[in-house]
Design a protein around this ligand. Structure first.
Ligand SMILES: Cc1ncc(COP(=O)(O)O)c(C=O)c1O
Length: 329
């Protein structure tokens, strides 16, 4: 496995990349939860990637902006939900690289700019609101705006929702290598990685890393929006494309999604996630969010309660998103 890791690290170095994040992010034991359930539980703090309020998406953006700069692009266009963390980070990365940024935010103009929208505005992004909760409508508008800007002579780099394209996903394969080093440093060997899965890129990057290095553990993506079948298909296709960019293949069985913690839909709060958020805040001093990490932590706690994780060493990835805690829409 060591040799495969070195090879993968070299392949990842060949991508044009912009250094945005402060890496490696911390990875530490969750003492209260570990003692309570008698299971070793660790947390990878990707909420602390350090750039633009942090979160998993700054890893994808390092590779995406690297490619945009390689093509001399001057404008970034992307879409997401009204409180999209990826849009906020794209706005920050664009501003820091003197690119103009257009964000297509789904859900309609809020009465007050709070949470991520407040930050998007502070970063100088141009916001286009779409009155729809359908991801396809956001993407259609994003394509239209990108093409209008190109007609006006801008060199546009359009990024699909969540940065979930192979080049962006490679950023999470790099994170996987970091996690492998964390387990050595912590003198443990993770049996399972648990994290929130939305557009599937984070999970695809981890799965590609697992397959390319031969790591035997399980990766459990906790869906926050899509049903198991749809998301597994998306993750598998994305992991395959990413792995092929990096010189390998992916086994379909390595893609495991649980869709039992979504509740009534994307960004709609659940009682389980609210309880998980409160527990993490009060007992571990860690703030989660309602859209992503709260739902993933709900799964973790549910499995701990049921005893399905006993005897395992577990890594929970905190993918960020806490800005949403300050949002009023
Ligand atoms: C905080 C947070 N966690 C998890 C995710 C899910 O990542 P992905 O879209 O790559 O599945 C996102 C996506 O926006 C996010 O913002």
């Amino acid at each position: 496995m060591e040799e495969k890791m070195i090879y993968l690290e070299e392949r990842l170095k060949s991508f044009p990349k912009l250094s945005l994040s402060i890496l490696p992010t911390p990875c530490h034991r969750l003492d209260f939860l570990s003692e309570k359930y008698g299971v070793d539980i660790y947390c990878k703090r990707d909420d602390m990637t350090g750039f633009g309020f942090g979160g998993n998406k700054s890893r994808k953006l390092e590779f995406l902006i690297g490619e945009a700069r390689e093509h001399d692009c001057d404008t970034l266009v992307t879409s997401g939900g009204i409180q999209s963390n990826f849009c906020r980070l794209t706005a920050a990365a664009g501003a820091a690289n003197e690119m103009s940024v257009h964000l297509i935010l789904g859900g309609g103009r809020p009465a007050e700019a709070t949470g991520n929208v407040f930050l998007d505005k502070m970063l100088g992004a141009q916001i286009h609101y779409v009155v729809s909760s359908d991801w396809n409508d956001w993407e259609a508008k994003s394509k239209k705006i990108a093409s209008d800007l190109a007609d006006k002579g801008r060199k546009v780099f359009r990024i699909p929702i969540g940065g979930s394209v192979p080049v962006g996903v490679a950023g999470y394969t790099a994170a996987f290598l970091e996690i492998m080093k964390d387990q050595t440093r912590l003198n443990t060997s993770f049996d399972q990685i648990i994290h929130a899965s939305g557009s599937g890129g984070t999970q695809a990057g981890l799965v590609a890393g697992k397959e390319l290095t031969g790591w035997p553990g399980r990766i459990s993506g906790i869906s926050v929006a899509m049903d198991k079948e749809t998301l597994e298909k998306m993750v598998f296709e994305l992991a395959l494309k990413t792995a092929s960019l990096l010189g390998g293949r992916v086994n379909r069985k390595s893609v495991q999604v649980d869709d039992g913690f979504i509740g009534d839909g994307y960004a709609i709060r659940t009682t389980g996630s609210e309880k998980a958020i409160e527990l993490f805040a009060r007992r571990e001093g860690i703030f989660l969010d309602h859209v992503y990490t709260g739902k993933a932590a709900n799964a973790l706690l549910d499995w701990l309660e049921k005893g399905t994780l006993s005897g395992q060493s577990i890594l929970f990835i905190h993918t960020g998103g806490q800005v949403e805690l300050f949002a009023k829409n």
